[in-house]
Design a protein around this ligand. Structure first.
Ligand code: GAR
Length: 207
């Protein structure tokens, strides 16, 4: 099986989508949150998945937290680490340790709107299209090779909350799709970028 550890900070609706939609051989073996109140921990417990909190506030530096986090992740011996609303900047050491085996979901059509407040920024820019992206994690924040993107139309009376809600529906389809590919050995990362089966995925990701 493909052993998967999911990292979360909050609600964990993407974790829930993974719990509900992953197929064999994908197997979520652990969930780690950096906030004790993260509701996703309860979702993991309800699904009978090992879960724990590593509170970043208990550490004096980012390096110390990430070292402890790596040790906790590696205790599960994962083949893949999935960032699902994990709202932390990662140290270069952690990123390089999981090179080619860490995925992230970002709530925009990357490379547009790296960072925070993506829905508000898309609205302020007058975009007619918005969405979400799955990508491999590299040293560049929200900059690794794209895997797949899902699009939504922006409606005239959208606000950041209504737009975010529609983007999340897309996220809940996209993440299980990409993680199932990885677990099946179809999705890889090499020097040229992300590949699905033998095909190099273009700079804009699959659509
Ligand atoms: C998701 O919308 C995800 O795209 C976003 O956080 C949300 C988590 O929701 N991630 C980022 O903003 C990463 N910088 P969830 O906890 O319900 O899955």
């Amino acid at each position: 099986s493909c052993r998967i550890v999911v990292l979360i900070s909050g609600s964990g609706s993407n974790l829930q989508a993974l719990i509900d939609q992953l197929d064999t051989p994908a197997d979520i073996v652990g969930v780690i949150a950096n906030r004790p109140q993260a509701y996703g921990l309860q979702r993991a417990a309800a699904a009978g998945i090992a879960n724990e909190c590593l509170d970043h506030q208990d550490y004096t530096s980012r390096e110390a937290f990430d070292q402890a986090l790596m040790a906790r992740i590696d205790a599960y011996q994962p083949d893949l680490v999935v960032l699902a609303g994990f709202m932390r900047i990662l140290t270069p050491e952690l990123v390089s340790h999981y090179r080619g085996r860490m995925l992230n979901i970002h709530p925009s059509l990357l490379p547009r709107y790296k960072g925070l407040h993506t829905h508000q920024r898309a609205l302020e820019a007058g975009d007619v299209e918005h969405g979400a992206t799955i990508h491999f994690v590299t040293q560049e924040l929200d900059g690794g090779p794209l895997v797949v993107q899902g699009r939504v139309s922006v409606l005239t009376n959208d606000n950041p909350e209504t737009l975010a809600a529609r983007v999340q529906l897309v996220e809940h389809q996209l993440y299980p799709l990409a993680v199932n590919w990885f677990a099946q050995g179809r999705l890889r990362f090499d020097a040229e970028g992300a590949r699905l089966d033998e095909e190099l995925i273009g700079p804009d990701g699959l659509r």
